[in-house]
Design a protein around this ligand. Structure first.
Ligand code: LLP
Length: 436
């Protein structure tokens, strides 16, 4: 089984997460339940920050909040000295309410609404990443009307294809994200921004995809982006000094996956390549910014379900039904994601067979067909590790099922960081027009 630091088999053969007995957590908070291990999560943040301090002292690490965001998470990210990448008014609102310093927020999006742009400028986010030509005049108009200067980065499409699921490849030429370098679209944006009195172009951005295990495409991105920076500096007469290489660093979900990328190696490789390319091109070494999301939170999270049904189809397979599924984790259906699992209340027992774990929604909704488990019984607690990224964040109310709670575990203490939805919460937005 894929266990990691802080995820151990302890007393009574129970699984322990962040020092907390998973069975007790399930009893206390109910299931399905997302559990986050604070020490593991902070450890990942510290690894990125300390590597950045060593390899690129001017550099910054902005957590990609789309992977998992709530108020407590903002507090942790702030405490660890990181910034935040937000991509919607809702993420920005959460950061604002949590008292996150706005100068450490970057606002992204390929189709930001005018309301969101206004909000971002009003609250004074540190950087806005321009994704297309259409948003530039509006951004300028808002900044002028509010008498503000806005730091702007251009999202570049470097035309780099990576080896990951097609839904999470974002840097190839045919992508809805970013402005093309080769077709001249990015340079047009540079000129447009240079003509806007309230916008300052500080640098360039790219994000080539997600769940990447190879450093070569990142090095290529540094090469392509620094080339563009020298060109843009000549065109505008002002030096661009910020280089954002995005996130995408791969995480191990099953034994078949390569090991989770090492933050130290990631930061060092990108920082060294930035220095090397800057020296080659006779430019000042730009400030490096990275935006890790998944790698910060994925392995900190464990999902707990209660086994509610067992159905054996003779000669075919045995389905183990659990009280969650695609509503709390759509990644299997969307990307064919693979997971491993164990029984939290019998974590010391050896696997004795292969089981399909079925979700509870009214669809095929299977978490996987080949989980190796001891024979499961109704009432067992099924734990699915590596559940911290893009699961709570992508949860839905499909079948009007409440979104599960999220609990933080910390040296044997636990506390809610997101309360479980109630049926009333789901129904509260229903309205009945007068003619019904
Ligand atoms: N920066 C930008 C601009 C991004 O769009 C993303 C992710 C990141 C950083 C962080 O990437 P990460 O380090 O988390 O790979 N829902 C999908 C993943 C979508 C990623 C979207 N963008 C999944 O569950 O696999």
């Amino acid at each position: 089984m894929l266990l990691r630091d802080g995820l151990v088999v302890g007393a009574k053969g129970h699984l322990f997460i962040g020092g907390c007995d998973a069975v007790e957590l399930a009893n206390e908070y109910g299931t399905p339940l997302y559990v986050m291990d604070e020490i593991y999560l902070r450890g990942m943040c510290k690894a990125f920050i300390s590597a950045m301090k060593r390899c690129a002292p001017e550099g910054m690490v902005f957590y990609a909040s789309k992977a998992f965001l709530c108020t407590a998470m903002c507090k942790i990210i702030r405490g660890e000295g990181m910034g935040l990448d937000v991509v919607s008014g809702g993420e920005l609102y959460t950061a604002l309410k949590a008292g996150f310093p706005m100068d450490r927020v970057t606002f992204h999006g390929n189709c930001k609404t005018q309301g969101e742009i206004r909000m971002a400028v009003e609250v004074g986010v540190g950087r806005v990443v321009v994704d297309n030509h259409s948003e530039i005049p509006f951004l300028q108009e808002i900044a002028q009307s509010l008498d503000k200067r806005v730091n702007v980065l251009i999202r570049l499409n470097p035309g780099i294809s990576v080896d990951s699921h097609e839904a999470v490849r974002t840097g190839a030429a045919d992508s809805k994200f970013g402005l093309g370098i080769d077709d001249g679209e990015a340079l047009i944006a540079v000129k447009m921004i240079a003509g806007c009195a309230n916008l300052s172009l500080t640098g360039v951005h790219t994000h080539i995809g997600s769940q990447i295990f190879d450093m070569a495409p990142y090095k290529k991105a540094v090469d392509r982006l620094t080339d563009f920076m020298t060109l843009a500096s000549v065109v505008t007469g002002a030096e661009l000094h910020e280089l954002v290489i995005g996130g995408g660093f791969g995480v191990r979900y099953t034994r078949e996956d390569p090991p989770t990328m090492d933050p130290e190696e990631v930061v060092m490789t990108i920082a060294r390549e930035t220095e090397r390319q800057a020296a080659r091109k006779g430019m000042r070494v730009p400030r490096l910014i990275l935006e890790p999301g998944r790698i910060i939170v994925a392995e900190a999270g464990v999902m707990l379900y209660t086994v509610g049904s067992i159905k054996e189809i003779a000669g075919v397979r045995t389905y183990v039904g659990v009280d969650g599924g695609m509503a709390d984790n759509p990644r299997v259906e969307l990307y064919g994601a693979k997971y491993e699992a164990l029984l939290a209340n019998r974590a010391g027992e050896k696997a004795a067979g292969t089981y399909a774990v079925a979700g509870r929604s009214c669809e095929t909704d299977v978490l996987g067909y080949d989980f190796k488990l001891p024979p499961p019984k109704v009432g067992d607690i099924l734990a699915v590790p590596t559940a911290g990224a893009y699961q709570y964040a992508m949860a839905s109310n499909y079948n009007r099922v409440p979104v599960p709670a999220v609990v933080m575990a910390h040296y044997g203490k636990s506390g809610l960081i997101v309360a479980r939805q109630r049926y009333e919460d789901i129904a509260q937005y229903d309205r009945v027009p007068s003619w019904l």
